[in-house]
Write a protein that binds this ligand. Structure first.
Ligand code: NAI
Ligand code: MG
Length: 370
């Protein structure tokens, strides 16, 4: 039944984006072919290649593919060749503009410390044991978008830069709701992070989170941390967290900090979710946390696991296939436990797999665990 098919747009983008996305695309095809996951995939281009052909980094065909999609599997944007694209053309099709267009307000970044990588991680193995939490960062408001903003020259000749942090009740409630709902499917704990001792936006944030909790989610355990303390706790005892929810700028910083609990930037997946429509569907974009990595682009050595684990998030959050999501995560663990390593996670002297060989390792683990 075609109407029950989910549509996925596959957009590799630039730098290592197409390299890692080729592997996650293979994995998604495997689930369609071997597990009956009802999904159709449409590949589309983004970046310098379509720019040279059409004058647009985001050509019509790609816009159309993304428009009709339930989920977008995204690679990365950015790179040295960017210089050839005028800033206006780039801005017109930027990732930021797409997050806004589709109102992708809830950015989920799972932080899982893989046991196989604990010894090579920057934090101590005993601190990392059992770490498994998700940071939900509000992605479409806050200081990155607030008006007024600018740089002005004062009467005395000094310059003054200014930005505006702002949140409305609805913006707070919808992302808090996403956190409470996610916690219900996990360990039932939400930690809300703010700076309510100093900022009015944070005072409102905390009041609204508390009110929503009381009204609809009193079964979920809720606590609050100031952002400075949260940064310390992530490094001191990351195991204490289940779901952490916070605003745009705090989430940006805390999630990079938390990334160090999981081994390598190349391992980390993410999901960005939009509002639920009247048919119960929500637009979602899945992408690895890393960027286009121009320093290693074109060499076929990038770690595709962040992109592959983004497919696991897609299976869970868009395709409603939690068992298949578990299966894929298990296959990644199995591949790592068997010693599969790309250069970024390899210890000295260990064999380094190419991007494609890591894809092979995950697919053969899938054949075995399925
Ligand atoms: P980056 O994430 O691209 O790279 C940082 C470092 O991590 C580099 O040394 C890189 O080689 C390494 N790395 C990243 N992903 C890896 C992988 N999968 N396997 C192995 N090593 C990996 O961040 P950077 O260098 O700050 O930014 C490069 C470009 O990417 C910039 O133009 C930036 O704007 C863009 N960017 C795009 C993002 C996106 O598309 N969502 C996110 C972050 C950056
Ligand atoms: Mg960041």
């Amino acid at each position: 039944n075609r109407s029950n098919m989910f549509k996925v747009a596959v957009v590799g983008g630039e730098g290592i984006g197409p390299e890692v996305t080729a592997q996650s695309h293979r994995v998604l095809k495997w689930f369609a072919a071997n597990r009956g996951v009802p999904v159709t995939m449409r590949e589309a281009q983004y970046g310098i290649i379509p720019y040279l052909a059409t004058g647009k980094v985001l050509p019509e065909d790609t816009v159309e593919a993304m428009e009709e999609a339930d989920a977008i599997l995204w690679g990365a944007t950015g790179g040295p060749e960017t210089k050839e694209v005028p800033p206006a053309a780039r801005k017109a099709g930027s990732l930021l503009s797409m997050r806004r267009k589709y109102d992708l307000y809830a950015n989920l970044r799972p932080i899982v410390a893989s046991p196989a990588l604990a010894d090579s991680a920057p934090l101590k193995a005993e601190v990392l044991r059992g770490v498994d939490f998700v940071i939900i960062r509000e992605l479409t408001s806050g200081i990155y978008f607030g008006e007024p903003r600018g740089i002005e020259t004062l009467a005395d000749g000094q310059r003054r830069g200014f930005n505006t942090e702002q949140y409305t009740t609805n913006q707070i409630r919808r992302v808090a709701r996403a956190a409470f709902e996610l916690a219900r499917t996990r360990k039932g704990k939400v930690c809300s992070v703010d700076k309510a001792n100093v900022l009015e936006t944070s005072v409102l944030w905390r009041e609204e989170v508390i009110a929503l909790h009381k009204q609809e989610f009193s079964d979920v355990e809720l606590n609050h941390l100031y952002v400075d303390n949260a940064a310390m706790q992530i490094v001191r005892e990351p195991r204490q967290f289940d779901v952490m929810v916070t605003g745009n700028i705090f989430g940006d910083i805390l999630s990079d900090c938390a990334a160090m609990a999981s081994g390598s930037l190349g391992m980390l997946p993410s999901a960005s979710l939009g509002p639920v429509d009247k048919f119960g569907r929500r637009k979602a974009l899945y992408e690895p946390v890393h960027g286009s990595a121009p320093d290693i682009a074109g060499k076929g050595i990038a770690n595709p696991l962040g992109s592959i684990l983004s497919v696991a998030m897609m299976l869970r959050l868009t395709l409603d296939r939690p068992d298949d999501a578990d299966l894929l995560e298990k296959a990644v663990d199995t591949a790592l436990a068997n010693g599969a390593r790309t250069a970024d996670i390899a210890e000295a002297g260990a064999t380094r797999l190419s991007t494609e060989q890591m894809g092979d390792a995950v697919l053969s683990a899938l054949e075995k665990v399925a």
